[in-house]
Design a protein around this ligand. Structure first.
Ligand SMILES: Cc1cc2nc3c(=O)[nH]c(=O)nc-3n(C[C@H](O)[C@H](O)[C@H](O)COP(=O)(O)OP(=O)(O)OC[C@H]3O[C@@H](n4cnc5c(N)ncnc54)[C@H](O)[C@@H]3O)c2cc1C
Length: 461
């Protein structure tokens, strides 16, 4: 074999997990020959064709520029790095709570020293909102959050890439098809019968690589178990309604336990003065949100998701399949994402183009006016409506008729892969990290898992 195809470490996936593995290996063991294989493009070549004029909604590109490429699913995200064990994944169950927090703080330090110097860190510590939430049957979760914003997040990624590009071998637009176990390492196959070998392999393929990950686990007989799926809507309101919360906390993770079914509904991914966006997961269009640090790009609206978790185990195990079916239904009825005024939803009527145009909230995403009650199961929808009324008590105006609800928002989680406290599979030297492992669901946890395995490899070398 050609020595050009021989590496000490191969990383599959250049999302935050893969990037931080590569970065830490470069710091701790600069002599190691490290390669990163990524199915998407390099950062500057990642362009989503939706321009709001010629292309108004998702055209389902073969490689989604939003989800794939250097920076992974997080590249155009709001760049909210939450430092907490309360949400964003269960990394702490594998590596311990203190280590997990220390690694997230280290990741924050790298971000701050690579372009994030001017960004703010928000914290729930000592806030008056904890009491206010409790008094209204809501629970505010503890966290510190560094808000990079979509623009600075991009700058940080650019700086990290520039620092690594001469030392790490990047293979873009190169999806890995298979992994083979060799006597002394691993063979990574790609393209038409091409391959590269390595002593150790870090798999960090994120949510977009979930189906591929499942195949690899089947092929290599690595046990997995089903994970939950979160289903709900994205709420868009005038930013002033939530400004007392977002000015102090930026993002508040609030949980509400419904009276009717005792289900937990939670806020997720809050974007003050942000925009609502489409997200394409394996060809299914769902909704998400962004916000920018640059005041010129900010809007007058704030958006956040309200989600209900569903976990199926026996006899039906396919939680993600359930979420996909609901998202497909919304795509079938709306051709993509559906938008509905809260007032229309509770009056049992669909929203129309006219009603949306007459609304006092101007939508930031061109979605199809419709009826979410035809898409979301009653139990989930009832929970969301209850929570909107509960939030109205701490942020009056949330339950206004003109509040916009976009659906559906689905958070798919990868099945949980059987890994040990080193995030290593039953094969020595084969690590599975980040969202692809089902263990993390966030930028900070995925990045921290990358640093963790890089240090394990560096220590053993
Ligand atoms: C619109 C949006 C906004 C978000 N906002 C936030 C936020 O503000 N805060 C937060 O904490 N989280 C946010 N998230 C979630 C966050 O982006 C993810 O948790 C994080 O990116 C996970 O990192 P990862 O490295 O595990 O996976 P990913 O970022 O998904 O990266 C995996 C990479 O692997 C590549 N890949 C997949 N399969 C293969 C293969 N077979 N061969 C080669 N390459 C492959 C993919 O192309 C991808 O680039 C957001 C997600 C989205 C989509």
């Amino acid at each position: 074999m050609n020595s050009n195809n021989q590496f000490d470490v191969i990383i599959i996936g250049a999302g935050p997990g893969g990037i931080f593995s590569a970065y830490e290996l470069m710091q701790k063991k600069p002599d190691l020959k490290v390669a990163v294989f990524e199915s998407g493009y390099s950062l500057e070549k990642r362009h989503c064709p939706i321009d709001g004029v010629k292309v108004k909604s998702c055209i389902k590109c073969p490689t989604c520029a939003i989800m794939n490429g250097f920076g992974g699913a997080g590249a155009f995200s709001d760049g909210k790095y939450n430092i907490t064990n309360d949400f964003g994944g269960t990394l702490y169950e594998y590596i311990g709570k203190k280590e997990a927090i220390d690694l997230m703080k280290y990741v924050d330090h790298i971000n701050v020293t690579h372009g994030g110097e001017e960004t703010r860190m928000f914290s729930t510590a000592g806030t008056k909102f904890k009491k206010l939430c409790m008094q209204n049957k809501l629970k505010l979760l503890d966290a510190s959050v560094r808000h990079l914003g979509t623009d600075i997040n991009y700058v940080v990624l650019e700086n990290l890439y520039n620092e690594m590009k001469e030392k790490v071998h990047f293979f873009f637009h190169t999806p890995v098809t298979h992994i083979e176990v060799l006597d002394d390492g691993y063979r990574v196959l790609y393209g038409n019968d091409q391959y590269a070998d390595c002593k150790q392999c870090i798999v960090s393929v994120g949510r977009s690589g979930s189906k591929w990950m499942e195949t690899i686990c089947n092929e290599l007989d690595i046990p997995t178990k089903s994970n939950r799926v979160d289903i709900g809507v994205r709420v868009e309101i005038p930013a002033v309604i939530f400004s007392h919360l977002t000015d102090e906390l930026y993002e508040s993770k609030i949980v509400y336990r419904t009276e009717k079914f005792e289900d937990n509904v939670r806020t997720f991914c809050m974007n003050p003065n942000g925009i609502v966006v489409n997200e394409n997961t394996n060809g299914i269009v769902t909704v998400n949100g962004h916000s920018y640090e640059d005041p010129k790009k900010q809007t007058e609206n704030t958006n956040f998701a309200l989600l209900v978790a569903k976990h199926f185990s026996e006899p039906f195990k396919d939680s993600n399949g359930y979420g996909e079916s609901i998202a497909r239904l919304s795509n079938m009825l709306g051709g993509g994402v559906i938008v509905q005024r809260f007032g229309d939803l509770i009056r049992g009527r669909r929203s129309t183009v006219n009603r949306i145009e007459e609304s006092t909230v101007t939508p930031t995403l061109a979605a199809t006016p419709g009826d979410l009650s035809l898409v979301l199961p009653k139990r989930i929808l009832d929970g969301i409506i209850e929570m909107i009324y509960a939030l109205d008590k701490i942020a009056p105006g949330t339950a206004n008729d003109d509040t916009l609800l976009y659906g559906v928002e689905v958070k798919f989680y990868n099945m949980e892969v059987d890994i040990d406290e080193n995030l290593e599979t039953r094969y020595k030297g084969l690590y599975i990290i980040g969202d692809g492992s089902g263990v993390t669901h966030s930028l900070s946890h995925a990045s921290a898992s990358g640093v963790y395995v890089a240090r394990k490899i560096a220590e053993a070398e």
